[in-house]
Design a protein around this ligand. Structure first.
Ligand code: NAP
Length: 282
């Protein structure tokens, strides 16, 4: 590092286990860019000061993660349209002291899905399990991508209804309580997406929906990447469905942030390889 090094990083709490430093520093090194990326543990009441620090210290930008993605919007100068539609910011770019907020989660998801599924999203029937922060990003980007319908099924009905109502400005959408979704027969959908945390390590045997809904015409996508193949994806493969895990979304949301900071195309394969190697070792 020298006086010309450009600083980036992630603000979150906790962030000790974040793989973003590994992913971004691998990419900066590969492209010989004089940037560095660190993990900054920012406690709840400290976010405003941390954001002021981006300007004061001349950081090029940061990612923002749990629990700060919504609150951070109050401290920025400008917010990109899609971040406003999602209602959360995960990437800040410092343009000569003006802090601009973006959300790369939804587009990162769509990029990863289209890359791995290789099927046009137009006209597809989608069921999303969950209505939390990750669901919002994924659902808004999908809603704008030409899919035919999005059903949001969530444990708490109110959140499913609220998200589906929001999506209705772009696509036909309705919310249901997860317990009222018919789990006794094959799902009438093209794409099933798990955005809940059910099945995430260490609770790897848990599954968010009955395997009875799975069938061989379905693409089953899970935002979780630890483990790489959740019980849902394992059962989906056994039912003959295509599967898509959360690693690609993580890589592509990072790649989109990288491109905003550096103006260069991200070395996506190298970033994925670095994260994959780390996950397989841990
Ligand atoms: P969040 O805002 O806390 O939302 C959690 C969601 O899971 C809610 O819909 C919640 O339902 C549901 N849920 C939690 N426990 C449940 C249970 N036992 N049964 C049924 N539903 C349950 O979390 P988030 O930020 O959206 O993250 C969700 C998942 O996405 C996590 O596994 C995270 O690792 C993953 N993720 C992946 C990426 C990526 O890059 N691949 C990015 C972001 C997040 P209620 O509303 O009823 O509580």
């Amino acid at each position: 590092m020298d006086s010309k090094t450009l600083f980036t990083g992630v603000f979150g709490f906790p962030v000790g286990h974040s793989m973003s430093p590994l992913m971004h520093n691998t990419a900066f090194a590969a492209l010989e860019l004089n940037y560095t990326y660190g993990a900054f543990e920012v406690e709840k009441g400290a976010l405003k000061k941390a954001v002021e620090g981006i300007r004061a210290l001349g950081f090029r930008g940061v990612n923002v993660t749990i629990p700060h993605k919504v609150e951070v919007m109050d401290y920025l100068d400008e917010i990109d349209e899609e971040a406003r539609q999602i209602g959360a910011v995960n990437t800040i770019v410092n343009e000569n002291g003006t802090l601009i907020g973006y959300n790369t989660d939804g587009q990162g998801y769509v990029r990863s899905l289209t890359e791995e599924w290789n099927t046009p999203l137009k006209g597809k029937k989608v069921v999303i399990l969950g209505a939390g922060g990750a669901a919002r990003g994924v659902a808004v980007s999908l809603a704008k991508s030409g899919v035919a319908e999005i059903i949001v099924a969530n444990r708490s009905f109110d959140k499913a209804h609220e998200l589906a109502t929001h999506l209705s400005q772009w696509v036909g959408s309705r919310g249901v309580a997860l317990e009222h979704l018919d789990q006794t027969k094959p799902l009438d959908a093209d794409l099933l997406i798990n955005t809940t945390s059910v099945g995430m390590s260490p609770h790897v045997a848990h599954i968010p929906i009955s395997p009875a809904v799975l069938h061989d015409q379905l693409m089953v996508s899970d935002l979780i990447y630890n483990p790489l193949y959740t019980e849902l994806l394992t059962q989906a493969q056994q039912a003959g469905a295509r599967v898509h895990n959360g690693l690609g979304m993580f890589i592509h949301q990072g790649a989109l942030a990288f491109e905003r900071w550096t103006g260069q195309a991200a070395p996506v394969s190298l970033m994925k390889e670095a994260v994959l190697q780390f996950l397989q070792k841990s």
